[in-house]
Design a protein around this ligand. Structure first.
Ligand code: DX5
Ligand code: ZN
Length: 214
């Protein structure tokens, strides 16, 4: 299992300390949540902070854009050194174009689905995606309870990926812990995002290893 700790639950008053843990941990990515107060009812961080994160992080950045019109910021996300740029299906009128622009900018293209958006909406784009991010909470806040139906969505997405011959990875974000993570692993997830489970743990490195072993 690949693991992407979400910085949203880190200590923003002392990011350096959390980076010392993350950099020496077995985490595979660093998940960075960008919120605009329009697409989701919260505002998080923007490019000046992500640039600082880029300097501190020795893990590839997985940037989750919870904003309207994410296509406007592709080159800025690239300039922050992101390996993966995740845009919401619900925020893109011309998703095909956005996916191609992300790839042309040299990043892996990820498409994120809100809890109420069905997996079949990706049928005609799945073969072009590097990753699909299934939201297992309504985006905007850390520490929310896992929505159980996400397990069905991951299984359905796994079947869609296999049927289409796509190489897309399945990432899941929201309410991930040891229990929900184990169920997600069974359902076919490749990458688990975890915020509060990692950063509120007495030993974050151990929490990352627990998820990795699922
Ligand atoms: C929520 C964010 C998540 C958040 C997850 O909208 O996209 O990445 O940090 O937090 P937990 O793991 O606490 O649910
Ligand atoms: Zn996220």
């Amino acid at each position: 299992m690949l693991v992407a700790p979400s910085l949203l639950s880190a200590n923003f008053a002392n990011l350096q300390a959390d980076f010392e843990i993350l950099n020496s941990s077995n985490a595979d990515y660093l998940h960075v949540d960008v919120m605009d107060g329009v697409f989701v009812p919260n505002i998080s961080i923007g490019f000046p902070v992500i640039k600082a994160i880029q300097r501190l992080a020795r893990k590839p950045l997985d940037v989750h854009m919870m904003i309207v019109e994410p296509q406007k910021y592709i080159s800025q996300v690239r300039d922050c050194g992101a390996e993966i740029m995740n845009v919401h299906f619900e925020a893109c009128t011309h998703l095909n174009r956005v996916v191609h622009e992300i790839k042309e900018a040299g990043m892996k293209a990820g498409v994120t689905l809100n809890p109420a958006t069905p997996v079949f909406m990706l049928e005609d784009i799945i073969s072009e995606l590097d990753l699909v991010l299934i939201m297992s909470v309504n985006p905007g806040f850390g520490g929310q309870a896992f929505i159980e139906n996400s397990l069905n969505k991951v299984s359905r997405l796994r079947r869609l990926i296999e049927a289409s011959g796509s190489h897309a990875l399945i990432e899941v974000d929201g309410g991930v812990n040891e229990m929900t993570g184990a169920a997600l692993s069974k359902a076919g997830a490749d990458i688990l995002v975890a915020g509060s489970y990692v950063f509120k743990a007495p030993d974050p490195m151990k929490a990352i290893d627990t998820l990795k072993s699922l």
